[in-house]
Design a protein around this ligand. Structure first.
Ligand SMILES: C[S@@+](CC[C@H](N)C(=O)[O-])C[C@H]1O[C@@H](n2cnc3c(N)ncnc32)[C@H](O)[C@@H]1O
Length: 213
């Protein structure tokens, strides 16, 4: 697991998140290309229809985005890191990618589906409920939401992200805290699953939650 060494939201710094991904862009993309999240992408797709409009928040280098687009979805990818957006544009030509904060406002009832694959990892928990509430508003009635996070209980600064000596803010979640937050907002939770992942540089348990507006 990428270990949090300095606890607390006082360590949150968006500029540092951009710098971290400038540094780890190659290793993160190599990891993303292993497509370990494919079962979650397929579970999300199973709730969607051809040509549905999807918002991919924190799309990274665009590997999941590319898969969703290849399966007939109209996807918009958003990421705060200019380098990740450049990689995404190369990997998924034709898909609209925007370098922006995932908290950027969208009109209500716009998307058939919204996915947040591991980007809540870099948001302080005090902002999570507000973002989930916004996501609920941006989804059309009956729209599908999928979120993956890393299981755990801490948040704060990790000084050795992906074993590369780079500092970045990390938040870990339990199943209970995320599902209760989603239900309190009004989502129906359809599925909750976990998956243990081990790579050269880290190991972690990933949580997957599928929900409907
Ligand atoms: C762990 S990566 C996941 C990338 C991609 N979703 C995937 O599964 O391959 C997290 C991504 O979230 C992005 N991110 C972090 N904070 C963000 C924010 N506030 N707004 C938009 N993107 C953000 C990072 O730049 C990074 O690309």
């Amino acid at each position: 697991m990428n270990e949090v060494t300095k606890r607390g939201s006082a360590h949150y710094n968006k500029t540092q998140i951009r710098s971290a991904y400038t540094h780890v862009q190659k290793s993160y993309n190599d990891f993303a290309l292993q497509e370990t999240g494919k079962p979650w992408w397929d579970a999300f797709l199973a709730e969607l229809q051809d040509d549905d409009l999807i918002l991919d928040l924190g799309c990274g280098s665009g590997v999941p985005t590319r898969y969703l687009a290849s399966r007939g979805m109209r996807v918009i990818g958003i990421d705060i890191s200019p380098e990740m957006i450049l990689l995404a544009k190369k990997q998924a030509p034709g898909v609209p990618f925007i370098c922006a904060d995932m908290e950027t406002q969208w009109p209500r009832d716009t998307f058939d589906g919204i996915c947040v694959f591991f980007s809540l990892l870099h948001l302080p928990k005090e902002k999570t409920a507000h973002l989930l509430h916004k996501i609920y508003q941006w989804l059309k009635p009956g729209g599908t939401f999928v979120i993956t996070v890393v299981e755990g209980t801490t948040e704060g600064l990790c000084e050795n992200f992906m074993g590369e000596g780079v500092p970045v803010y990390l938040s870990y979640y339990t199943k209970e805290e995320l599902t209760s937050s989603l239900r309190a907002i009004g989502f129906s939770v359809l599925a909750v699953k976990d998956l243990y992942i081990k790579t050269e540089n880290f190991e972690e348990t990933e949580l997957f939650i599928l929900a409907k507006k």
